[in-house]
Design a protein around this ligand. Structure first.
Ligand SMILES: Cc1ncc(COP(=O)(O)O)c(C=O)c1O
Length: 402
């Protein structure tokens, strides 16, 4: 590393809160599927900012929409209308097959907003009122963000320890076990909150009958099914939503990350008006939520998704990625899971930790992220080519055999 990179990493160590442990790569530019560091070295990005850069770094159509909006108006708050918000919400609602959109910023805010909406729906529509206490069912090993309430129902001790007191009202059951979920539902259950495919847990795909059974159970017991598609959605798995793989339509979609085109934070709660209609003026809000810059970008993202090109790319190239990774099973790889251009790879722990393997891959120009000790996640921007995938897998095979 050069003195420029060293100096920045040293400044980071002294002035950036240590809530991350980044690889020693200092990005200066990015384009498509590639990141260039401060010394001009190029890396194939196989993380895509946790799926926030699904459409590629600085996607030209998205960047053009952002530039145009910067020259018009960027923020007016929700105290006034803007000419961008309603068209964005109409097009996103149509993409989801729903009526309404509640725009927010970060993914965690979308999850928090959905929890509030579900409790309010429980009180106003389902009739779960005091002295009854509403409960929301979640899955073990979930990841929905970092707020106090969300970490209250995480079972990752690192995310929780020291941050109590915790928010009550959640019950966790094993992911993929529809019988356990059915047993946990009672008359005070207002929602089931799930990632259709668990991302941070290591790209865990549930059994094929799981989500259809969750859907049927939620309908039967009058419980809202909330699908957190913040990481799994928007073409990542080869379909617009991961739920589409099982023909399941939740009551509420939570979207974020790629919705902001890799340019701005933009998240959303999307549902029908009998659900989102429980919110009235003054009951919820956000200064930046639904701002003109973000929603101009979001409209472009929806337009891109309507064309379907990235869903097709992810499905086709994902099959290629999975075949190439699966060929490494027994050669340092224990298992490969996932859908589309989203793969969780369990490493043989004898080879070292996921972090050590990520470091060795970065030295060879491939950026990936470890999760849960010995799992690596491959999730490149969906503009990646078959040749680039082949090259990345060759670097991975070389690291495994070295
Ligand atoms: C499924 C899921 N939900 C919510 C979040 C939180 O999103 P954010 O980091 O934008 O708050 C994440 C982030 O990784 C996620 O993967």
């Amino acid at each position: 590393m050069t003195s420029t990179a060293d100096a920045i990493i040293d400044l980071d160590r002294r002035h950036v809160a240590h809530n991350y442990s980044p690889l020693p790569v200092v990005a200066a530019r990015a384009d498509g599927a590639w990141i260039t560091d401060v010394d001009g070295r190029r890396y194939l990005d196989c993380l895509a900012a946790y799926s926030a850069v699904n459409f590629g770094h600085r996607n030209p159509e998205i960047v053009a929409a952002a530039h145009a909006q910067l020259d018009a108006v960027t923020l007016v708050s929700r105290a006034f209308h803007s000419d961008r918000l309603a068209p964005f919400c109409a097009s996103l609602a149509e993409l989801c097959g729903k009526d309404m959109v509640l725009p927010m910023n970060s993914g965690a805010e979308a999850v928090e907003s959905a929890i509030k909406v579900a409790r309010k729906w429980g009180a106003d529509v389902k009739g779960v009122n005091h002295p009854s206490t509403p409960n929301i069912i979640v899955a073990h090993n979930n990841f929905h963000g970092r707020t106090t309430t969300i970490i209250s129902f995480s079972d990752d001790e690192t995310a929780r320890r020291g941050f109590g007191p915790y928010t009550p009202g959640f019950r966790a059951v094993p992911f993929g076990d529809a019988d356990a979920l059915a047993r946990a539902v009672d008359d005070e259950t207002v929602a089931v909150l799930l990632e259709p495919i668990q991302g941070e847990a290591g790209v865990i795909v549930p059994p094929d009958d799981y989500l259809p059974r969750v859907r049927a159970l939620c309908t039967e017991r009058r419980v809202l099914m909330i699908a957190d598609e913040i990481q799994s959605g928007l073409a990542r798995t080869g379909r617009t939503f991961a739920c589409d793989h099982w023909g399941v339509v939740p009551d509420v979609y939570l979207l974020g990350k790629a919705l902001g085109g890799g340019v701005v934070p933009l998240s959303a709660v999307v549902a029908d008006s009998d659900v989102l209609g429980v919110l009235h003026p003054g009951e919820h809000g956000s200064t930046f939520g639904g701002n003109p810059l973000a929603t101009a970008i979001g409209s472009t993202v929806v337009e891109i998704l309507r064309r379907g090109e990235f869903q097709r790319r992810s499905a086709e190239l994902g099959a290629h990625l999975h075949a190439r990774l699966a060929a490494l099973t027994g050669r340092g790889v224990l298992a490969v899971r996932g859908k589309g251009l989203w793969a969780g790879v369990d490493l043989d722990p004898a080879l070292g930790s996921g972090k050590q393997v990520s470091l060795r891959l970065a030295e060879r120009g491939v950026l990936v992220k470890d999760t849960h000790g010995s799992t690596l996640r491959f999730a490149p921007p969906l503009v990646v080519t078959a040749d680039e995938i082949d090259w990345a897998v060759e670097q991975f095979a070389a690291v495994l055999s070295s």
